[in-house]
Design a protein around this ligand. Structure first.
Ligand code: FES
Ligand code: FES
Length: 149
């Protein structure tokens, strides 16, 4: 079957029920999305499909209809406003959850460019075992100013 990832069409030789995360990491060697829980709970594997956040560990590759974006394709040749804010706020600790966090944050700002703290709490359900939540929130609020501008 064929899937489009970061603007490029790929033929993937996969069983239909293979999770998208497996196809990305193991077949296409795209390592930004991480394996955490494997059951759709932690968000480490979050990618965008046509701008919507999707937990790729729990999404069969055969069910992909739109265009997949991973953190590698978020801002080709540069950094997205959310990535700049992450650097400015020194968000990551171990870093493991962070690509999923950034993809979830981008998805939030795609639909709500002026989120309140409550909006961020509602949208950002990704888990971080290092507890970077306050810095994530500050970075999203800062990134929103640039997205709006
Ligand atoms: S690895 Fe997909 S949600 Fe945890
Ligand atoms: S930065 Fe370590 S799990 Fe989030």
């Amino acid at each position: 079957m064929q899937i489009t990832v970061n603007g490029t069409k790929h033929d993937v030789d996969a069983e239909p029920d293979m999770p998208l995360l497996w196809a990305l990491r193991d077949l296409l060697n795209i390592k930004g999305p991480k394996f955490g829980c494997g059951v759709g709970a932690c968000g480490a594997c979050t990618v965008l499909i046509d701008g919507e956040p999707v937990r790729s560990c729990s999404h069969p590759v055969s069910a992909v209809e739109g265009s997949v974006t991973t953190i590698e394709g978020l801002a080709p040749g540069g950094l997205h406003a959310v990535q700049h804010a992450w650097i400015d706020h020194n968000v990551p600790q171990c870093g493991y959850c962070q690509s999923g966090q950034i993809m979830a944050a981008v998805a939030l700002l795609n639909t709500n460019s002026n989120p309140s703290e409550a909006d961020i709490d509602d949208a950002m359900t990704n888990l971080c075992r290092c507890g970077t939540y306050p810095k994530i929130k500050a970075a999203i609020l800062a990134a929103a100013k640039h997205v709006k501008a």
